[in-house]
Design a protein. Structure first.
Length: 299
């Protein structure tokens, strides 16, 4: 259970004062910029070799973040036509360190007792040329991000990842290493599931708190212009998917987003989501290339 100072959530960049670079490290081409769309500061990490440009928390490998929240939220955007890598070092209750990595460089899921590698499939904006051809023309969905890749809220259930893939019990997050090529707005840890498509009034009306679901904190949220819907502008990926009986071996947007709550249909939540043929084709392709494999030897 997270200590009181980590509840109900912890804004990691703010708490560790990333902009001062005293408790974090950067290597290569890492810069703070103002993003016009998000109306705030983001960190751009770019470079031809992912390992040569990165933002790392904490500053050295001998330190630990000590963050016990079950869910890690990463607000980021892969750079168009580029590859990126993210490494998370987590500790188990048995005090073993396990590295969880995900990247659109990885072609298949790999696993050892101390390292999980997940392919990350970058989605395109709904209705774009890339989205329409994703299930047919593009034979290999794992790879460089599309030109119109969107800002994404990635929610990693660290407890479930260790339990499903390694039969280990999660203790805490030790470190995070964000390697090129990425734009990153923030990191957050929490024991709550934040749904960015739900407003505070909708959450109260549907009494979502009793199910551990809450609206996205304002300091972590992406801006939504009046009259627009969050899920029409951004991607929300929860991994592993809620309710999935078998662990998925790639991280991707598996549906148009969580069922949105409206004040007149709150009692219907959750609702099944109908997938478009293009999305179904893409998921079928993903499952073909990431079907469960035997545990690999260390590489």
């Amino acid at each position: 259970v997270p200590a009181a100072w980590q509840r109900p959530y912890l804004n990691v960049f703010k708490h560790f004062r990333v902009e001062e670079w005293k408790r974090s490290a950067r290597e290569g081409d890492v810069a703070a910029l103002t993003d016009a769309r998000l109306k705030g500061t983001v960190y751009r990490i770019r470079g031809s070799v992912p390992a040569s440009s990165y933002l790392q928390l904490p500053r050295t490998g001998t330190q630990s973040l000590g963050l016990a929240g079950r869910y890690l939220y990463l607000l980021f955007r892969p750079m168009p036509r580029k590859h990126f890598v993210v490494h998370l070092d987590v500790a188990t209750e048995e005090n073993q360190v396990v590295r969880i990595s995900f990247s659109n460089l990885f072609k298949e899921f790999k696993s050892t007792a101390t390292w999980l590698q997940f392919p990350f499939v970058c989605g395109a904006a709904t209705g774009s040329a890339y989205d329409r051809t994703a299930g047919t023309a593009r034979r290999d969905p794992v790879g460089a991000a599309p030109a119109d890749v969107r800002w994404t809220c990635l929610v990693l259930d660290l407890h479930s990842i260790l339990s499903l893939y390694l039969n280990r019990r999660y203790s805490h997050l030790k470190s995070v290493k964000l390697c090129s090529n990425l734009l990153v707005k923030n990191l957050c840890t929490s024991d709550l599931v934040f749904d960015p498509g739900v407003t505070f009034s909708e959450a109260r009306q549907a009494d979502l708190a009793c199910r551990g679901v809450a609206p996205m904190p304002r300091e972590m949220a992406f801006p939504v212009p009046k009259g627009e819907k969050w899920h029409d502008l951004y991607d929300y990926i929860r991994f592993p998917s809620e309710g999935s009986k078998l662990p998925f071996d790639s991280i991707q947007k598996s549906c148009p987003g969580p069922a949105a709550v409206s004040e007149d249909s709150a009692q219907q939540l959750p609702q099944p989501v109908t997938l478009t043929k293009a999305v179904r084709d893409r998921l079928s392709l993903i499952h073909q290339i990431t079907s469960p494999k035997a545990v690999s030897a260390p590489w």
